[in-house]
Design a protein around this ligand. Structure first.
Ligand SMILES: [Fe+2]
Length: 254
């Protein structure tokens, strides 16, 4: 996965770009098979509180996925984008996010506008769909360039667009309304989205039946997030025997 300076510039300005899936057909078949193999066990398991369930499924698959994250060309691309040689994986996930349950108990059919991070958070995430996320399958919607904008300004703007739909009695807690500058990313398994979750994003509504599986992982520069370290340590106890450099890459040591 070689990236060009133009792609890097597009990322800095807009917050995302798409590349051909670096795992290829064979790699995707392998992930698809392994995901289906671990899903029943994952579904039946109650993980400790605070563990991200998507990360737990990722670690249940284990080695084959870790090796994908550690592909030298992908690491090089992440270092180039972040402008830091010392990067680590601070979050990862696998599975069907539409199977997660919303705070009010409903199955989550759509995700509201939010940013995971802000202008000060440097991060790059690789997201690959195992099933095509088209317009009927809750596609990711991103607002290009919004990773640079102050949080409060974005909240105000999205709320105003939401109120302008005329569908609310009182200002709502969550906003879903279409933004005139948003990009709906139809993510096909043949491509991988390289983006920053600091960019404001939402999803469309899932109207299609069937799975909406994806895998994702985020790289951070020195001092960045290490969300899934405890889950990794519990689900992959062999980590203690890993090399220093591998422990560093997974944020287990500084
Ligand atoms: Fe998000």
């Amino acid at each position: 996965m070689k990236i060009t300076d133009a792609e890097c510039t597009h990322f800095q300005r807009n917050g995302f770009f798409l590349v051909s899936n670096p795992l290829g057909k064979q790699g995707m078949r392998e992930v698809d098979f392994l995901q289906q193999q671990v899903e029943p066990e994952w579904e039946a398991t109650q993980f400790p509180q605070g563990f991200n369930r998507g990360a737990c499924q990722f670690f249940l698959v284990g080695e084959p996925l870790l090796r994908m994250v550690e592909t030298p060309e992908i690491l090089q691309a992440a270092r180039q984008i972040l402008g830091d040689d010392n990067i680590h994986v601070g979050a990862c996930g696998l599975g069907d996010a539409s199977k997660t349950v919303a705070a009010d108990g409903r199955a989550q059919r759509q995700v509201h506008w939010h940013a995971d991070g802000g202008p000060e958070v440097r991060q790059v995430s690789l997201r690959t769909a195992l099933d095509r996320h088209d317009a009927s399958n809750a596609p990711l919607r991103v607002l290009p360039g919004s990773q640079h904008r102050p949080r409060q300004e974005m909240i105000t703007e999205l709320l105003q667009l939401e109120l302008a739909t005329g569908t609310h009695d009182t200002p709502p807690d969550h906003c879903f309304a279409r933004h005139p500058d948003e990009v709906e990313v139809v993510l096909d398994p043949r491509f991988t989205l390289v983006w920053t979750p600091s960019c404001w994003h939402a999803t469309g509504v899932k109207t299609a039946a069937g799975p909406r599986r994806a895998m994702a992982w985020n790289y951070y520069p020195t001092g960045g997030r290490t969300r899934d370290v405890q889950a990794l340590q519990q689900l992959l106890p062999a980590w203690e025997d890993w090399s220093e450099s591998r422990k560093k890459l997974w944020g287990l040591i500084d």
